[in-house]
Design a protein around this ligand. Structure first.
Ligand code: GRG
Length: 302
């Protein structure tokens, strides 16, 4: 017999992804609007691809604090736009120099490097414009706090800082602690912000109550996401991943697999999976969607 909780999660996740896609479609300027080529490239970078893990985390975390879907849509789109911008810039020749992303040629391959840089810049600005719009449905102080949360997660003490450490670490044998702190910034900060932002969209008192467990969960799931990413880079292929497989070892990048080997990296992912579920246990049934996402993140194939 099919597991009703898992079925319910799949139904919710699919509906949520459709909702997020529609909101992104609405908020991205139409490709006919001048400057048309920039808007076309922004839409190419964002629409119709990706697993939408971060927006799903936003919506799932909102379930813990009774958040309204409209505010969640803004937070969900904002984190996805920051993520999309980071992928566009990361793929450029001055960084990871990749030609395949989300199963199609990267933005700079199709539109050129200068426009790809502007796509990233414009997506980042649009993310903050959309998030600041929560001022219409949430208390001003909460909306401002959310903007600050996202800025911190994206900036030099978050994702951009992690990327800088990553670029400086090529060919260096990082310790496990060093690897972990790099990934906490590069990948973990935005995933953690997704969870925090979603929960902030609801009742502020409920947010205070769930915050300690939620923060621990966010840190754990961020790390799990990265360990699985490292494993998939070795185990999977470019068609399944929608991006070039085997890049980490090709570029001599320190990863969990290079540090501890494939079997131990897999075991670590399972261990973090368990830890994440333990963080959610005290939060009760309202955390079921976060639990479903935990399973999806750890057991994903791309
Ligand atoms: C350029 C400031 C700047 C930062 C780039 C996120 C990032 C930092 C680089 C991407 C390189 C990379 C492979 C990171 C590892 C984890 C990661 C973020 C994978 C891509 O995220 P997914 O799997 O992608 O959620 P989709 O396409 O499904 O959204």
């Amino acid at each position: 017999m099919r597991d009703p909780v898992a079925t319910d999660f799949q139904t919710w996740a699919s509906a949520c992804a459709v909702r997020v896609e529609a909101a992104l479609e609405r908020w991205l300027p139409a490709s006919g609007v001048a400057p048309a080529r920039l808007h076309e490239a922004m839409r190419y970078a964002v629409l119709g691809g990706g697993k939408r893990v971060r927006p799903l985390l936003v919506h799932a975390a909102g379930g813990l604090t009774g958040a309204a879907p409209e505010a969640l849509d803004r937070a969900a789109c904002a984190v996805e736009l920051i993520h999309a911008y980071s992928l566009v810039h990361d793929d450029m020749p001055c960084m990871d120099d990749d030609v395949l992303r989300r199963g199609k040629p990267t933005v700079h391959v199709v539109y050129g490097e200068a426009l790809a840089m502007l796509v990233g810049d414009a997506l980042q600005a649009l993310a903050f414009e959309i998030l600041a719009g929560t001022i219409d449905s949430l208390e001003g102080a909460v909306a401002a706090r959310m903007v600050a949360d996202l800025a911190r997660a994206a900036g030099s003490l978050g994702m951009a800082g992690g990327q800088a450490i990553d670029l400086a670490s090529v060919g260096l044998p990082l310790s496990r602690t060093e690897l972990e702190s790099m990934h906490r910034l590069k990948t973990g900060a935005l995933l953690a912000a997704s969870v925090r932002l979603g929960a902030r969209c609801g009742d502020p008192r409920a947010f205070e109550t769930v915050q300690p467990e939620l923060e621990r969960f966010a840190q754990t799931i961020g790390l799990a996401f990265q360990v699985v990413d490292d494993v998939l880079d070795v185990e999977s292929d470019s068609v399944t991943l929608g991006k070039t497989a085997g890049k980490d070892s090709q570029h001599n990048k320190p990863t969990y697999v290079s540090l501890m080997g494939l079997a131990q990296a897999r075991a670590l992912a399972l261990n973090l999976h368990e830890q994440a579920h333990r963080c959610l246990a005290p939060l009760g049934p309202s955390a079921l969607r976060l639990a479903g996402l935990t399973d999806r993140i750890v057991h994903r194939s791309s």
